[in-house]
Write a protein that binds this ligand. Structure first.
Ligand code: FES
Length: 352
């Protein structure tokens, strides 16, 4: 592999040919601001937030789409770069609602982070403001296009991660929108509500309804877990506040699924606190289920299993396990069946 040497912020960097300036900088711990760049999505190079100064180049190239060249001298925070980023932020804020205090994304909005970092409080550019109706048509996702910065992450995620291709761009210039075919509400579109668009949205344009008002990102503890809904074994983080699960956040380090989740994994967590969930075993007495203690239940199960085994033999027993169980639980089912009941009649729903 051909390696290219260059200088970034005075540091010697070596990276494979074809690497972008942004990635080469990242490889030595230099973080270049970005809005439309997402490591899980194709390159877009549209927001220009990642511009850098390259000696000998009078333009400021976007580092997320510019490959490194031998001998390049790059400055990621020169006065010209900082000035350009401020102007980009001012242009974006010219048409962005100033409601960070009440925005659901506060604490996790990179637009607000960069505005703070570069000291941009408002915008000198005045003109017409967007006034889109907020799409609350569906049970899962709030869509406020007034906060959209047209980074295109939702469009790319819908196409590249989900394969659903439900989102695209409409119109040109000021009227440009990232929206559904026919500009209909999500509920009337081909959206499958996987929530990938929410996971990649850098601002408060797309947010999860169920988490609204329940906690700011800095108040949330992330607890990695495995999805219980099918046997794929997707990982995600439970968002936990005050020891209570308030939502699901995808985690790029998940080995099976990365940040991809389906509707059940991302939005189906509310069963945890459903008041209809069983909290004790039930034993049928005189045709009716009655609450019982765990000791009563285990005693009854052991008694009946022993009676059946004694009367009809071990092979009268069979166990069918589930892909929804963990590996450890499935191991225990087969161990109990073979060692406890004395039969190999054990099967699993995911075998066929
Ligand atoms: Fe490079 Fe948007 S992050 S152009």
């Amino acid at each position: 592999m051909e390696l290219v040497r260059l200088i970034i912020d005075g540091r010697e960097v070596e990276a494979p040919a074809g690497t972008t300036i942004l990635k080469a900088a990242e490889s030595v711990g230099i973080e270049i601001p970005r809005l439309c760049y997402d490591p899980d999505l194709s390159l877009m190079g549209s927001c220009r937030m990642c511009v850098v100064e390259v000696e000998g180049n009078r333009l400021l190239p976007a580092s997320c789409v510019t490959p490194i060249m031998p001998g390049m001298v790059v400055n990621t925070e020169s006065p010209a770069v900082v000035e350009a980023r401020k102007t980009i932020l001012e242009l974006l804020l010219a048409n962005h609602p100033f409601e960070c205090m009440t925005c659901e994304k506060a604490g996790a909005c990179i637009l607000a982070d960069y505005a703070y970092r570069y000291g941009v409080k408002d915008s000198p550019f005045v003109g017409e403001k967007y006034c889109y109706a907020i799409d609350e048509s569906n049970p899962f996702i709030s869509r406020d296009l007034n906060k959209c910065i047209l980074c295109g992450a939702c469009v790319r995620a819908c196409e590249e991660m989900t394969g659903q291709d439900n989102l695209s761009y409409l119109n040109r210039g000021y009227r440009r929108k990232a929206t559904t075919a026919g500009d209909v509400d999500y509920i009337d579109s081909d959206c499958v509500f996987c929530g990938q668009c929410v996971a990649v949205c850098p601002t408060g344009a797309l947010t999860e309804k169920a988490m609204k008002g329940l906690g700011r990102r800095w108040e949330i503890e992330r607890v990695r877990t495995t999805c219980p809904f099918c046997g794929t074994g997707c990982n995600f983080d439970l968002a936990v506040k005050d020891k209570k699960v308030i939502g699901v956040l995808s985690n790029p380090d998940s080995p099976v699924n990365g940040r991809s989740l389906c509707i059940k994994g991302r939005f189906g967590w509310d069963f945890i606190y459903n008041e209809n969930r069983l909290t004790t075993p039930l034993i049928k007495k005189d045709g009716k289920f009655e609450h019982a203690s765990w000791d009563e239940a285990f005693d009854l199960i052991a008694k009946r299993f022993n009676e059946i085994k004694a009367e009809y033999g071990p092979d009268s027993f069979a166990a069918l396990s589930s892909a929804r169980c963990t590996n450890e639980e499935n191991y225990l089912v087969q161990k109990f069946t073979r060692a406890g009941m004395g039969t190999n009649n054990v099967d699993h729903c995911a075998r066929t």
